[in-house]
Design a protein around this ligand. Structure first.
Ligand code: DGY
Length: 331
């Protein structure tokens, strides 16, 4: 007797051509609909794509809120982010609707830490400005007083947050001869790489302050005018976490007034930034990158792979491997 074959679960993917084999594998098991636009989907377009799906694979820049979850409908069981950060997610709305949300810890810390180290070196040694001078034909004769920066070796690095990425930065920094200290509000312990210090002491005594805390209501704007004023005028601020943790206006003011030596940002409050006259992009003592912390082929493929695996496991009735901290792994 032939019956109707069971409905294959539906999975929506918010981008076309994601790296690695994760999405291709999903298509062998599920009915996958991927966004085909060259630009990311607007919220209403993502809601349309998600309608009726059982699983949704999105990037960290896609907003996952009650409107999206409701548009997807009651079949939705899992939203898998190909991203470690999840400030784009209304976690309460997802938990209330019984939707498991997953992210990608464990696969991008080293790659992102490489970029944090690069920003420390570029900003402190003012390397992008020296390249601009070279390309502009103004190298001139060798001068003992030209292109001078500040040493990285021997400097004290202060890490705000002490999760996977911060610890990967600590490992690199100790190899560069830096002293490492960190502040984490709850986990107050030292380890072989770094010692815990109070937040105020970290700001006052670090030559480089590197931000690695997630963006939450508590951390939004946590590096503002008052915190920058407590830092050394010879200090460098680096942010590879989320733009909203740093008050960008206050940062520009501190750099322009000479109250801060330099800064390096891989993340900004509003992304992308496309206006070439944007003060954040033109400030000479600020090195800015377009959110490339995890941007290597291998790491981006691993992020998509882990997101796909979360969908497979959950839709197969097993716990998702990497749910958001403090949230259920299974519906
Ligand atoms: C992350 O994983 O959080 C990166 O910022 C890329 O979204």
């Amino acid at each position: 007797m032939s019956g109707t074959p069971p409905r294959r679960p539906r999975v929506a993917v918010s981008r076309t051509a994601l790296p690695g084999g994760g999405v291709a594998r999903l298509t062998t098991r599920f009915d996958v609909t991927a966004w085909t636009g060259t630009q990311p989907p607007a919220p209403a377009e993502l809601a349309g794509l998600a309608q009726g799906c059982d699983g949704l694979l999105v990037l960290g820049s896609d907003r996952v809120d009650a409107a999206l979850l409701d548009a997807a409908g009651p079949a939705l069981r899992v939203v898998a982010l190909a991203s470690m950060g999840y400030d784009s997610v209304d976690v309460t709305a997802a938990v209330e609707r019984g939707v498991v949300v997953t992210h990608t810890p464990g696969v991008l810390a080293d790659t992102t830490a490489d970029v944090a180290m690069a920003l420390i070196l570029m900003a402190r040694r003012r390397l992008p400005a020296t390249m601009d001078a070279l390309r502009g034909g103004s190298w001139g004769a060798f001068r003992m007083d030209a292109f001078l920066g500040l040493d990285v070796h021997g400097a004290t690095l202060g890490l705000i947050g002490y999760g996977q990425i911060a610890r990967a930065v600590a490992r690199r920094a100790s190899g560069f001869g830096m002293r490492v200290q960190h502040h984490h509000p709850r986990r107050r312990q030292d380890d072989a790489l770094s010692r815990w210090v109070p937040f105020d002491e970290l700001l006052r005594t670090s030559d480089v302050v590197s931000v690695h805390t997630p963006l939450t209501d508590e951390t939004s704007g946590m590096i503002g005018a008052a915190e920058l004023a407590r830092m050394k005028p010879t200090a460098t601020l680096v942010n590879t976490g989320r733009g909203g943790v740093v008050d960008e206006e206050a940062l520009l003011t501190a750099l322009r007034s000479g109250n801060l030596h330099s800064a390096g940002l891989d993340v900004m409050t509003d992304e992308p930034r496309t206006d070439p006259s944007d003060p954040l992009l033109t400030e000479p003592h600020l090195v800015v990158l377009p959110h490339v912390g995890s941007a290597t082929e291998a790491t981006r493929a691993a992020m998509v792979e882990l997101a796909a695996r979360n969908i497979e496991e959950l839709l197969d009735g097993r716990p998702a491997p990497t749910p958001l901290p403090g949230t259920p792994a299974i519906t």
